[in-house]
Design a protein around this ligand. Structure first.
Ligand SMILES: *Cc1c(COP(=O)(O)O)cnc(C)c1O
Length: 357
């Protein structure tokens, strides 16, 4: 059997969820969209369900997959519905729903529902992606209340630059939000992972941690609270072939690496078809038998090559950690010009193995 696989540490996931709650003093929706950022949404939701206040996903398809797996906790649809007829399923399956645009509010007014809907009313406070304009926010709130269709409204917005600790924009967005919601006494939800970790002054009844649950930092620089996260995924494989190259010989496609010295090359069963980033350059950190070394040569579809010259004990069958607790996914992402969000979401083909029930 091919030795490439991803271990998912569910105790670490629960630790990170508790940290989000502790840092915010708020209720937390665990964001498990995009198959829990590649970690497996059903298993992650099951591992958190006993303690989670709820979950958040991108669309109804993701929500229904959780309901079918028996998840009973609240589930929020972060973009609401894409077509009005989804409201029947939202009603039937007790889902919570973001409303970020006028036509969604009109559709809620006209919907036939069996019970009052929970709506998270989203304001565009300056990210300018989705959300209602500040000038139309209060009117939208009043319309929803008056519709008779809505039981509870949570006031919500999203930060564009909370991962930049020195950036003014987060405070500016907060000020826009506070002004738009003046006089409305409802619960609020603003914070994603970087805001949970780095913006304690932002008020919260609900937080929406995603990447931090999986133990990866959203910041480019070291950050005090992010250092408390525990990596959840270990992407691992084995050395399947070893060769000795004299100085001057190339390795792999395009001869992108040429041995500067006599070099022992280990070939690892892991490639870009597994989601390892193809653009990771020579020098990207990798751990072999617990020791740090470097990627060399181009990543190919099913294999990649590592430098074993300074690891004389390592050889055929050696254990390789591509990312995990020793090499952080965020470090590999940074080396490859990506972000941990994307390298997790790109994971495919490798079996996921769950530890910690
Ligand atoms: C994805 C998402 C989150 C989670 O973001 P992280 O940076 O992963 O914590 C929170 N809120 C909304 C609206 C999202 O779409």
């Amino acid at each position: 059997m091919r030795p490439a696989r991803a271990l998912i540490d569910l105790d670490a996931l629960r630790h990170n969820y508790r940290l989000a709650r502790e840092l915010s003093g708020a209720r937390a929706l665990a964001v498990v969209k995009a198959d829990a950022y590649g970690h497996g949404a059903v298993r992650c939701a099951q591992a958190l369900e006993a303690e989670a206040d709820g979950f958040a996903v991108a669309c109804i398809e993701e929500a229904l997959a959780l309901r079918e797996a028996g998840i009973r906790a609240p589930i929020l649809l972060l973009e609401g519905f894409f077509e009005a007829d989804e409201l029947a399923l939202i009603d039937q399956h007790d889902l919570w729903c973001v409303a970020h645009t006028q036509w969604q509010i009109e559709a809620i007014e006209q919907a036939q529902l069996s019970k009052p809907l929970t709506v998270w009313l989203k304001l565009d406070s300056g990210m300018h992606r989705v959300g209602l304009h500040p000038a139309e926010y209060q009117a939208a709130y009043r319309r929803l209340l008056a519709s008779g269709k809505v039981g509870k409204i949570v006031l919500m917005s999203h930060f564009a630059r909370a991962d930049e600790p020195e950036c003014e924009r987060t405070s500016e967005q907060l000020a826009v939000f506070q002004q738009a919601r003046e006089g409305l006494s409802a619960e609020v939800s603003l914070r994603n992972s970087p805001a949970v970790l780095g913006w304690p002054q932002v008020p919260s009844d609900w937080v929406r941690p995603g990447i931090m649950l999986y133990g990866a930092t959203p910041f480019e620089q070291a950050q005090e609270q992010a250092a408390r996260l525990q990596p959840v995924m270990t992407l691992e494989s084995k050395v399947i072939s070893v060769r000795e190259l004299p100085a001057g010989e190339p390795v792999g496609y395009g001869a992108r690496f040429v041995a500067e010295r006599p070099t022992r090359v280990g070939v690892v069963a892991m490639g870009y078809a597994d989601g390892y980033p193809r653009h990771a350059p020579s020098g990207t950190p990798v751990v072999v038998d617990g020791q740090l070394t470097r990627l060399i040569g181009r990543v190919s579809m099913d294999m990649l090559t590592v430098d074993l010259t300074d690891l004389p004990q390592a050889g055929l069958g050696s254990h390789v950690e591509l990312w995990g607790k020793q090499v952080l996914a965020s470090d590999v992402a940074m080396a490859a010009g990506s972000i941990p969000y994307q390298i997790f979401c790109n994971l495919r083909r490798v079996p996921l193995l769950y530890l910690g029930g």
